[in-house]
Design a protein around this ligand. Structure first.
Ligand SMILES: Cc1cc2nc3c(=O)[nH]c(=O)nc-3n(C[C@H](O)[C@H](O)[C@H](O)COP(=O)(O)OP(=O)(O)OC[C@H]3O[C@@H](n4cnc5c(N)ncnc54)[C@H](O)[C@@H]3O)c2cc1C
Length: 391
């Protein structure tokens, strides 16, 4: 029997496997794909804090980002820049594979091409029924960690992660950059309802073009890429699109008897941007702490593992709640509203204020900008328009 079976070799599964193997536990990772890190469905933009907090391979960093241009539906724009890079672009394939290699080096085992079909738990063990290249296999462990991303098959079976915020849909294309010299964030409700579109120059002549929306991401992303191509910013070269759901916020419960859920599967993402690498690793870190304590005490019941959920919600729950509120406000805006907001933003010092926000913890700052500065600008413009003077 293994100490821990991790299902899913994305960044959170590989990180949890690495840390538990380091602590001396016998860890088996099951991954349905035959190669870790593929297919890539992620742009790989992370805040610099990720590398400060976690021991990660720096050779995965492709680009350092110190600025971004925000564009409105009618093409108005403003630039947010900071003196030092606040974000990085990592090569996701390399990132996942590097974590997997480190987990292997610490003694974890990986079985690739193995899809976990069913998980059941008893007082004594967790049992995982898998299929590996067509063959049925059964494994047992003291604890199972589900790091299955947005594949809800196993969490549904176990009645976990059932309380959740609706997912958005994300799509991405790897393209050739012709004249993209800076990250572009397109905030256009008709292009990406409830979400946004981006173009991120990455390594050399490469760029990632993507979009998150509440519906029809494929057609919308193709339209967006067509517009960038028509502008001469990128060349598609027949790039293949990857599309998948992105969680909108926490999914609970994220633990049960002998089971822990981490990463996207537990909705550990930023509710504003749906970025999940950093919050997923924070969740995985909390999971490793709880698992270590429970394995040491030999008590892997749900009551003992409850501290895992308390811990990650305490860390990122508030940011997620505020992010969801902002996202709901944002989802009600029309293209005209967005253009008006851009007009206001460009007339004020808001871009400078935005550049001071922390990449991974930005909601409180955004709320302040919204209430104090946008509202101030609106009332100022109204006074100018009506001739009403301030007291
Ligand atoms: C278009 C797009 C762009 C994104 N860009 C960013 C970004 O720039 N920055 C950022 O921070 N986040 C980004 N994200 C989100 C980020 O990709 C996820 O938050 C992150 O991958 C979550 O990691 P994870 O380990 O939880 O899950 P995943 O990376 O999804 O890994 C889950 C793994 O589990 C495997 N699996 C699932 N079910 C089973 C099973 N039953 N048996 C065996 N294996 C199984 C899957 O094959 C997969 O390998 C983006 C997402 C999308 C869709």
């Amino acid at each position: 029997m293994h100490d821990v079976i991790v299902v899913g070799a994305g960044p959170t599964g590989c990180y949890a496997a690495r840390e538990l193997a380091k602590l001396g536990y016998g860890v088996l990772v099951l991954e349905e794909h035959t190669e870790v890190g593929t297919p890539v469905h992620c742009t790989g933009v992370v805040g610099v804090e990720l590398y400060r907090r976690f021991d990660l391979d720096r050779s995965c960093i492709q680009t350092r980002l110190a600025s971004a241009r925000f564009l409105s539906p009618s093409g108005q724009s403003f630039r947010v820049a900071s003196p030092q890079p606040s974000a990085l672009v990592v090569d996701r394939r390399h990132f996942d594979q590097s974590l997997a290699r480190q987990a292997l080096a610490h003694g974890a085992s990986f079985l690739l091409g193995a899809r976990a079909e069913r998980v059941s738990t008893t007082d004594q063990q967790s049992v995982v029924h898998a299929t590996c290249l067509g063959d049925p296999l059964v494994f047992s462990a003291r604890l199972v960690i589900l790091a299955t991303g947005t594949d809800e098959c196993l969490t549904h079976q176990l009645d976990l992660a059932r309380k959740s915020t609706p997912c958005m849909l994300g799509g991405q294309l790897f393209v050739e950059s012709l004249s993209l010299d800076e990250v572009e964030i397109h905030l256009s409700p008709s292009l990406a309802p409830g979400g946004f579109a981006w173009a991120v120059p990455a390594n050399g002549h490469g760029a990632r073009v993507g979009l998150i929306a509440s519906r029809e991401p494929r057609t919308r992303l193709l339209n967006f890429a067509d517009a960038l191509e028509a502008r001469g910013a990128i060349r598609r070269n027949g790039a293949k699109m990857t599309c998948r759901p992105v969680p909108g916020g926490p999914r609970t419960p994220s633990y049960g008897d002998r089971v822990i859920v981490i990463g996207d599967a537990a909705g550990q993402v930023k509710s504003t941007t749906s970025g999940g690498i950093y919050y997923g690793l924070l969740g995985a870190e909390a999971a490793v702490r709880s698992a270590h304590e429970a394995l040491r005490l030999g008590d892997l019941g749900a009551a003992r593992l409850a501290n895992y959920e308390q811990s990650w919600l305490k860390h990122i729950g508030r940011e997620q709640r505020t992010g969801r509120t902002l996202r709901r406000l944002y989802a009600n805006l029309t293209d005209r509203d967005m253009d008006a907001l851009f007009w206001l933003t460009r007339r004020t010092g808001i871009p400078r204020l935005l550049s001071q926000l922390r990449f991974d913890w930005h909601t409180a700052g955004l709320l302040t900008v919204l209430w104090r500065d946008v509202l101030g600008a609106v009332t100022g413009a109204a006074r100018e328009h009506t001739g009403i003077t301030a007291d």
